[in-house]
Write a protein that binds this ligand. Sequence first.
Ligand SMILES: [Zn+2]
Length: 118
Amino acid sequence: MGSGCASAQGTCRRCGAPFGMEPWWVTEYPNGEHTRCRDWTGRPFPFARQLDLMRKLWPGVEGPARTCLHHAGARLAELQRGWPAGGAAAVLTALETLRALRLALAQAGVDRKVVGKL
Ligand SMILES: [Zn+2]
């Protein structure tokens, strides 16, 4: 289970550097690894849950947010099809895609509790 969230505390078990403001993943609580340092080979695509939620949201979202949801869903599905090709770069792309999507959905008035699950 990864946090994918930036934090100012803790150090990376791979490179030993502080997490800083970089994305990182909990490996053995409270320790973790930077997204860029983590060996993604053999791990399941980390955003399958978010893709499922995006498919459920699709019928109820309209306007510019729907366009954003379409592009974000297509991007994540593409990354999932190619997984684990791309590794850390694919994960960072997915995180940025989801960040932009959360913003668009929040601006469109989608329930914050739902947006927070993405
Ligand atoms: Zn690291």
